[in-house]
Design a protein around this ligand. Sequence first.
Ligand code: URA
Ligand code: URA
Length: 199
Amino acid sequence: MFWEETPRPASLFSPQESKTYAGVKKEALECKRCHLREGCSQVVFGVGNPSGSLMLVGEGPGAREDELGEPFVGRAGQLLTRILAAINLGREDVYISNIVKCRPPNNRQPSPQEMEVCMPWLKEEFRLVKPRVLVLLGATAYKGLIDSQGKITRDRGKWIERKNLLIMPTFHPAALLRDPRKKVPVWEDFQKIEKALKS
Ligand code: URA
Ligand code: URA
């Protein structure tokens, strides 16, 4: 995965080592590399602190995100904002993004191909933000970035250690809305995240 690549291999697209965050974002907002763009109203790029220690990755924009052009602003997003506040972090302190930047039709899960085509954007975000802690929100981000056969229910809450990076898979906030029993495990996961950020 991209956090292990030293030095980074040639990008799938043009070499972007010298690109700034603003430059990458501008390019991403014009992306038409896959058919998802035809079915959505806009590309939803990451938001927050582009040099934050904590980066969170979800699945993809939903209806509200597609409308407003910002990740995690619908019901699940508002819950994420409250979870972050509980560990004294504002949305502006962290960097929040998604594995795909365009809303899949009817909020279906992005396909492995769609995730792959979109991955260079996440890669660039990761390269520019250089987080110390990466939180994977839900099964799609976990499977897409760590282990396609992984099980979020089994693997959440356990640190995955990489060079200069700690990765924490946890439940997606939308899963918490469907099943409040997931709140306690997620709370525990974010306690670990808070501790890691302070160490
Ligand atoms: N769910 C996600 O995975 N991402 C968003 O941006 C919103 C909801
Ligand atoms: N299903 C779950 O139970 N949790 C997630 O985070 C994603 C899918």
